[in-house]
Each structure stands twice: as structure tokens, then as C-alpha cells.
Design a protein around this ligand. Structure first.
Ligand code: RTP
Ligand code: MG
Length: 140
């Protein structure tokens, strides 16, 4: 399997509860490497642009307000099959449906406040990495 990069976000419910280190440890334990990282506070408009694909969904307004409510930690994770591996470590969107040992099972509060985001395809990963990081910030 090829080495890939994916975009991860540690969401406001998790940064607020000081869970950043515990979440990063889960990724590292799974063989993913943090190759770029920053803590930022998104505006409602920036959150809306990031999640533009969900603009027509009923939860869009709530999602954007949540993502702009507190700082987030955005990271690029690298590794073998990183896109799928990251989503495996995250677990299902709804923590009630997530497998034991996953980040969302252990830490998520609800389907909306679910602690982490991960790119869902190579196309999304490329778009999402470019949304947050310039080439200069990506240290391999
Ligand atoms: P993400 O994009 O954040 O990695 O999560 P995902 O692929 O597992 O889920 P997706 O369907 O892309 O939804 C994006 C985020 O919107 C919130 N959501 N709320 N209240 C609801 O029914 C609902 N459904 C989705 C979650 O924060 C979800 O991660
Ligand atoms: Mg998604």
C-alpha cells in the first residue's frame, strides 16, 4: 500500500476537554506520523467553507457553529494507507455505533460533537490539506 497523507482535525469538544495529546497518541500508536500541525480558531465563515459539501444538510448550521466555537488542532497525518487508517482509528460518526478502542467511542460526546474529522478520500485529502497548509508548512 502506498504512503498517503490525510487531513485530521481535533474538534472543539476535544480541545476544550484537553484531549489533544490522548488523541494524537492514538494516531501515532496506529503508525501515523504528524507531519504538520497547528492550533487555530476558525470563524463561522471558514468552517462553512471547509464543510461546503454539507451545505444542504439539516445539521450544516449547527456543524459550522460548533466548529467555530473553540479552537481546533489541524494536522496532516502520513503513513501507509493513511486515509483509511485514520478513519479506522476515528471510528463511526456516531459514537454509539463506533467500535471499542476508537477515538469516537472513547471520547465523542454525540454524533455532532464527535471529537475528530478525517478526510474521506484522496481527493478530499488533497483539497483539505491545501485548505489549511501551504507547501512550505508540509515537512515530510
Ligand atoms: P468528518 O467529515 O467530520 O470526518 O465526519 P464523518 O465523515 O464521519 O461524517 P460526515 O457525514 O462527513 O459529517 C460531518 C460532520 O457533521 C456532523 N454531523 N452531525 N447531527 C447529525 O446528524 C450530524 N451528522 C453529521 C458530525 O460532526 C460529522 O462528523
Ligand atoms: Mg466527512
Amino acid at each position: 500500500m502506498a504512503t498517503e497523507r490525510t487531513l485530521s482535525i481535533i474538534k472543539p469538544d476535544a480541545t476544550k476537554r484537553n484531549l489533544t495529546g490522548k488523541i494524537v497518541a492514538k494516531f501515532e500508536d496506529a503508525g501515523l506520523r504528524v507531519v504538520a500541525s497547528k492550533r487555530i480558531h476558525l470563524s463561522d465563515k471558514q468552517a462553512g467553507a471547509f464543510y461546503a459539501e454539507h451545505a444542504a444538510r439539516p445539521f450544516y448550521g449547527e456543524l459550522c457553529a460548533f466548529m467555530a466555537s473553540e479552537p481546533v488542532v489541524v494536522q496532516v497525518l502520513e503513513g501507509e494507507g493513511a486515509i483509511a487508517k485514520n478513519r479506522e482509528v476515528m471510528g463511526a460518526t456516531d459514537p454509539a455505533a463506533a467500535d471499542a478502542g476508537t477515538i469516537r467511542k472513547e471520547f465523542a460526546l454525540s454524533k455532532g460533537e464527535n471529537s475528530v474529522h478525517g478526510s474521506d478520500s484522496p481527493e478530499s485529502a488533497a483539497r483539505e490539506i491545501a485548505f489549511f497548509f501551504s507547501g512550505l508548512e508540509l515537512v515530510g
